[in-house]
Design a protein around this ligand. Structure first.
Ligand code: ADP
Ligand code: MG
Length: 828
């Protein structure tokens, strides 16, 4: 049977050479290669085993349109066809796209955070009180037997392992389960990665027809042989390292064809006699992250020695009751098992414990910081002195939502207390945070204190200034604006008002925290974050007052896990309700082909009195001239060709402030129907009659940014629409579009964003205090984070200065951990 197939394949391949000689003009066989191959493949199919029909199908597919394609395409097809035929014959193919040898083996990093088996808790150790243990662990690596100064220096340079403790924290990035070897005769049936152990019995070297070097290394394990295939450059190296009689472990994907087992997708490791202890094999083996100068075998050997000798010195820092409650194994055991787990269950328990510790220390730091901030120095107790707040509330053209009322009650109770307030105010775009912020600032003003509101961009500062002036001027409150780009005269006058106390409320960018800005008596500090300020900047503004209360607002919701870490020392208030009468914004991902239809729809909406934004994706800071040209041309195209009867306006970041203001005013007055804009409208713009948004090249925006943009519509009872035109080039971008269409809930969007981008990227380049986690993951370990936080905050409340004897070891380690994070450590 097989011979039949092989001979048919030879027939198929026979005219290939002639075709090559005759320059791929499809003259090699009468009637053309297309018909010829199709015909013979049909015959071959009759003789093929089921796993071969797929290959035959792709072979036929290569010739279906052979006569129609260009000569150079034909040439590529023939090359590919030869590769497939080689494969079908069990010959070695030397096609360039041969799958690269990868090191991926069975991974075990998706360990769920379940409670560990109780066996490990059999005899838990007491909490360590012996600081001497730490001294042993902080010994330099050069004093470790078998390391010495030279290797110690290498390890210091390559993986920052200066001390023994550092090295113990250099965790494996992966594990190979070599606890179970398969007899070779059983391999090659599952299609999965398998591991075998054997001895090299032969090497065979030859050159393929396309003159590539091929090496076959035959490994035998007393049940069968397997051929390890190598090609090209790799052959030389393998020839030397896999000499006859070498013991070797091979993990890879094994294939069977014509009773030969072979693999060309594998990793291998040579075993020496000193592997008697099975460091490298016969167990679950750690795989460490490598650098150019470090190899896996040495690292593993050193790790084994160090873990055996020193892991028992790792102090237990968690009180027994916490370990019991959380089902955690002892720390020393966890350290040992994260490196050399006996079973998967041991590994799971080790990760669980170490992940808990990471999150626990992070939260303990935050908990202590919070306690310190709230209790160390007394804050201001703000009381309602006059009817100022009441006057403000009744001057509003709307009723506060119950969420706004509840959140303000939380803020007011913080403000009344002599504890210093440190609170995060979260709420979706358009949920009405500004009004709440205004109320908090008014309460300070009512107590003869100044308030400051710091915004991340000039435009947003300006917007806040306008809103607050409009709301507060009628009740006699003086709001001042301080921006970075002010002319000297207005700046001096603003500074004077701030210093004299004439300005009750000051709005600004980070210009507010520059030296030279002096407040008369700053009592209330609000930052409107948009995740853009670092902890430092927040603290600097705080320093401008004497123990002011602090409120942090976020323009975009933050996933809970990130809120608990980056903002973990803050109390949290959430506005979880939109002002009444708001309709859900309908979001559509519009196909390019439906563009005309969409224009008609826009026209119809505008005929009913609505207005529209048309957003062009230029990044504000880097608006280049050619990009602006594109936006400008777009505006003109819309004005003259698409909507000649409507008024189209243009606004972009390069315009001067007065020009921008003029355009915004005409849009507000509905003298402009369609506003073409770059992302300058991302934040702060409030035109309730605009109920349509069209975003071009939506794939270029991040999810948070898209959500912010969309928040510009849907700001009244009018039914609003957000139309996305996108041509996403990758799956992330597709995921973003789908998330936008699926939900308008900012908290859901934030969670999606976190999933797509990962915690490190979520806050953009400035990683505002993002913790450095080795084992725990903010994506996977959300529940563990809550548990660790509960325990940590319990301790922080109970012993805020960590003076109890059982907390001494904890304190010692915490100080070391937080010393590394200067930014956080220096904030009190
Ligand atoms: P955020 O800053 O949370 O994005 P804003 O404070 O800018 O939201 O409020 C969005 C819009 O809703 C503004 O036009 C504001 O005047 C209006 N608004 C705020 N609170 C209410 C309310 N309780 N009822 C009706 N409209 C409100
Ligand atoms: Mg706002």
């Amino acid at each position: 049977m097989t011979n039949d197939l092989e001979s048919i394949l030879n027939i198929i391949q026979r005219p290939f050479q002639l075709e090559e000689k005759t320059k791929y003009l499809d003259r090699a066989v009468i009637g053309g290669l297309g018909a010829y191959v199709t015909n013979w493949v049909a015959k071959a199919n009759e003789n093929a085993a089921s796993e071969q029909t797929e290959l035959l199908r792709s072979l036929a597919a290569l010739f279906r349109d052979y006569h129609e394609i260009q000569q150079d395409v034909r040439r590529a097809r023939l090359h590919e066809a030869s590769g497939i035929i080689d494969k079908l014959c069990g010959r070695v193919s030397d096609m360039p796209e041969k799958p690269a040898v990868t090191s991926s083996e069975r991974r075990m990093d998706d360990v769920p955070d379940e409670s560990p088996a109780s066996e490990s808790l059999a005899e838990p150790v007491e909490i360590s009180q012996d600081i001497g243990q730490l001294a042993v662990l902080s010994k330099s690596m050069e004093f470790v037997k078998g390391i010495g100064p030279r290797r110690a220096q290498l390890l210091g340079e390559e993986i920052s392992a200066i001390t023994i403790a550092d090295f113990l924290e250099y965790y494996p990035r992966d594990y190979l389960d070599r606890s179970r070897f398969k007899p070779i005769y059983q391999t090659g049936r599952s299609g999965e990665y398998e591991t075998i152990q054997g001895v090299v019995v032969n090497q065979m070297e030859f050159t393929s027809r396309r003159s590539m070097k091929v090496l076959k290394v035959i490994v035998y394990d007393e049940t069968a042989v397997v051929s390890l295939m190598a090609f090209g450059k790799r052959t030389q190296y393998m020839k030397n390292s896999l000499k006859v009689d070498t013991k070797v472990v091979v993990s890879g994907k094994f294939k069977r064809s014509y009773n030969e087992i072979s693999t060309s997708e594998y990793t291998y490791e040579v075993l020496s006699d000193e592997d008697a202890e099975l460091i490298h094999t016969g167990r679950i083996v750690p795989v460490y992250p490598l650098t150019a100068k470090l190899n896996q075998r040495s690292l593993r050997r050193w790790s084994k020695a160090i873990v055996d000798e020193y892991a028992s010195y790792v102090p237990e820092i968690l009180p027994l009751d916490i370990r019991k409650r959380q089902g955690l194994i002892d720390k020393a055991v966890a350290v040992k098992n994260i490196h050399f787990p006996a079973t998967e269950q041991h590994l799971k328990e080790a990760r669980h414990r170490l992940a808990f510790d990471e999150l626990f220390f992070l939260e303990l730091g935050l908990g202590l910081k919070k306690e310190k901030w709230e209790t160390e120095e007394p804050g201001i107790s703000f009381q309602r002195q006059t009817d100022l707040l009441q006057k403000f509330i009744s001057s509003l053209p709307f009723q506060l939502t119950s969420a706004q009322k509840r959140v303000f009650a939380e803020i007011e109770s913080d403000m009344k207390s002599t504890r210093r307030m440190n609170r995060l105010l979260q709420g979706d775009v358009g949920s009405g945070k500004t009004v709440v912020a205004a109320m908090a600032m008014l309460l300070a003003v009512d107590n003869m204190y100044q308030s400051a509101l710091m915004a991340p961009t000039e435009i947003l500062a300006e917007q806040h200034y306008n809103t607050l002036t409009r709301l507060l001027f009628p009740i006699g409150i003086h709001v001042a604006l301080l921006r970075g780009d002010m002319p000297k005269r207005s700046r001096d006058s603003a500074l004077a008002q701030i210093e004299s106390g004439e300005a009750h409320i000051v709005v600004g960018t980070h210009a507010l925290i520059q030296t030279g800005v002096k407040f008369a008596n700053l009592g209330m500090v609000i930052t409107d974050e948009q995740h853009r300020f670092g902890v430092m900047q927040r603290a600097e503004l705080r320093e401008k007052g004497t123990n002011p209360d602090v409120l942090v607002m976020t323009a975009t919701p933050i996933p809970r896990t990130l809120a608990l870490t980056v903002y973990g020392d803050l109390n949290v208030s959430v506005i979880d309700e939109m002002p009444p009468g708001r309709q859900k914004i309908t979001t559509k991902w519009v196909a390019e082909g439906k563009r005309q239809e969409m224009y008609k729809f826009i026209e119809k909406q505008i005929a009913q009195g609505r207005q529209a934004y048309l957003v062009y994706p230029l990044v504000e800071e880097s608006e280049k001239l050619e990009d602006l040209k594109a936006a400008t041309e777009m505006a003109e195209h819309f004005q003259h060709e698409v909507f000649p009867n409507l008024k189209v306006g243009l606004i972009h970041g390069r315009m001067r402030a007065v020009e921008k203001q003029a355009v915004m005013q005409s849009f507000k007055d509905n003298q402009i129907n369609i506003l073409v804009s770059t992302t300058v409208i991302e934040v702060g713009i409030d035109v309730p009659n605009a109920s349509l948004m069209l975003i071009e090249h939506a794939e270029r925006f991040g999810l948070a940014q898209l959500h912010q943009l969309r928040g510009r519509v849907g700001r009244s009872e009018l039914k609003s629409y957000c139309l996305l035109i996108a041509n996403p080039k990758n799956t992330d971008a597709v995921a973003r579009m789908k998330a936008m269409v699926r939900t308008t809930d900012g908290f859901v969007i934030a969670e999606e964003d976190l999933k797509i981008r990962g915690p490190g990227e979520f806050f953009g380049t400035r990683q505002a205090g993002m913790p450095d986690l080795k084992v725990a993951s903010l994506l996977r370990d959300a529940r563990l984070l809550e548990l660790a936080r509960d325990e940590a905050f319990r301790i922080a409340k109970d012993d805020p200065a960590l003076i109890k004897p059982e907390h001494q070891m904890l304190k010692q380690i915490l100080q070391e951990k937080w010393r590394a994070n200067l930014e956080m450590a220096s904030i009190g």
